[in-house]
Write a protein that binds this ligand. Sequence first.
Ligand code: AMP
Ligand code: MG
Length: 273
Amino acid sequence: MSDLAHPDAYRVPPGGPADLAGRDPADRSWFPGTKKEGRRLTKALNRRLEELQELLWAEHRHRLLVVLQAMDTGGKDGTIRHVFDGTNPQGVKVAAFKRPTPDELAHDYLWRVHPHVPGDGEIAIFNRSHYEDVLVVRVHGLVPEDRWRRRYGHIVEFERLLTDEGTTIVKLFLHISKEEQRERLQARLDEPDKRWKFSQADLAERERWDDYQAAYEEALSRTSTDDAPWYVVPADRKWYRNLVVSKILVDCLEALDMRYPDPGDDLAGIVVT
Ligand code: AMP
Ligand code: MG
């Protein structure tokens, strides 16, 4: 598993461009194997992720923030389910950012976000995030352009605050095609156990596909930094998406070079009776 190179090609270079239009959502060029082999590898990576998360929790020194963004049906929920399957719920928390409440709207847009960042030993997964404030907010003109434009700078600085204080940040954009979204929305209508996920509003958002792609292009380009990089994960194939996400997270945790804490006392020779 470890002889697989890091999927660097999916990383948005600092300062951009994200080049979404030039990236194939069905790309699978990083992994040469079959779907079956890919799934097997994902399982092995997930087991490694479990170990690393245990270590992160035990060491209680580092913090990991994973930001997940995607168009509707892009696979945020499925990624969380598959990639974090088997991790210890103590130490992994998911924060989902929906339409702001009146109380949230009465504050600056980062006010509701900051309390959910990870503490020592924790992984926090953002299912949507502060990026909505330059995405949906831009597409729907919820605040004037001069206001949301200044947010790129705030966001870069906010994330710098977190990384300076010891948080590792990985940002993942699950990149699907418009045709794949059509199929997934249709499946939500056709399959009874998926219908709960369907919202009429998703169709109206789909009409603005190009506006969202433009908003994502600029957001990713302006906020991918060395310390808080964006990855554009090809997400038309779910198995490939899970594989790439697992690999990125495992590599990121491996790089922290963690150790189980030394208990301090000399425990040699102690026998529990
Ligand atoms: P879902 O992820 O399907 O549960 O949908 C959540 C909805 O909340 C999406 O339509 C988001 O665009 C919306 N949302 C999240 N954050 C914001 C925000 N800051 N302003 C407006 N809408 C938001
Ligand atoms: Mg939805």
